[in-house]
Design a protein around this ligand. Structure first.
Ligand SMILES: [Zn+2]
Length: 174
């Protein structure tokens, strides 16, 4: 008997649960590596996982994990990951400023790219929160605050400012 395909409702409700990264005993280390900006290819190699699995986990599951960790009394871990993203953002902007001063446009571009990645992750996190009214206000406020800080900090750097604003438009409407 051929199995019936999932109904539309089931498709909407079912998160892809079977994920080799989610099931991995070192999931937390993998999440941390991804949050700290390690390329998914090198993470896949390091933990002996397929690149596809790591990529999908990074884009689809990681933001949800950050939230779940928050909800399920794993607050310390979630805050830790969020802090790491914030630290990275500060760091990226610092590098950007120094690179611009030194006229090192290549490094400046890399820093902009890293900053955009951080914003994408945070923006995605904010998007997930929209469906969770309990924690929505809390982290959305953080997101807005962070966003204001970043955009403000980049004002003296027109190229970066424009690039980041463009990236923000992208995540804003999710
Ligand atoms: Zn996963």
């Amino acid at each position: 008997m051929p199995p019936a395909g999932p109904s539309a409702r089931e498709k909407v409700n079912s998160m892809p649960r079977r994920c080799t990264v989610c099931d991995h005993p070192e999931k937390h280390s993998i999440d941390e590596a991804l949050v700290s900006g390690a390329p998914y290819r090198s993470v896949a190699k390091r933990f002996d996982l397929s690149e596809n699995a790591v990529y999908r986990h990074k884009t689809e599951h990681l933001p949800v994990h950050l939230l779940k960790a928050r909800e399920v009394e794993d607050v310390a871990q979630a805050d830790d990951l969020l802090d790491q993203v914030r630290d990275l953002q500060t760091h990226a902007i610092d590098i950007l400023e120094r690179a611009e001063k030194a006229g090192d446009l290549r490094t400046a571009l890399a820093a902009i790219s890293q900053a955009r990645g951080n914003l994408g992750l945070l923006g995605k996190l904010a998007g997930e929160l929209d469906e969770r009214p309990v924690v929505n206000l809390n982290v959305s406020a953080e997101w807005l605050e962070l966003r204001a800080v970043i955009v403000g900090a980049l004002e003296p750097h027109p190229a970066a400012h424009t690039a980041v604003l463009r990236a923000l438009e992208g995540v804003g409407d999710g």
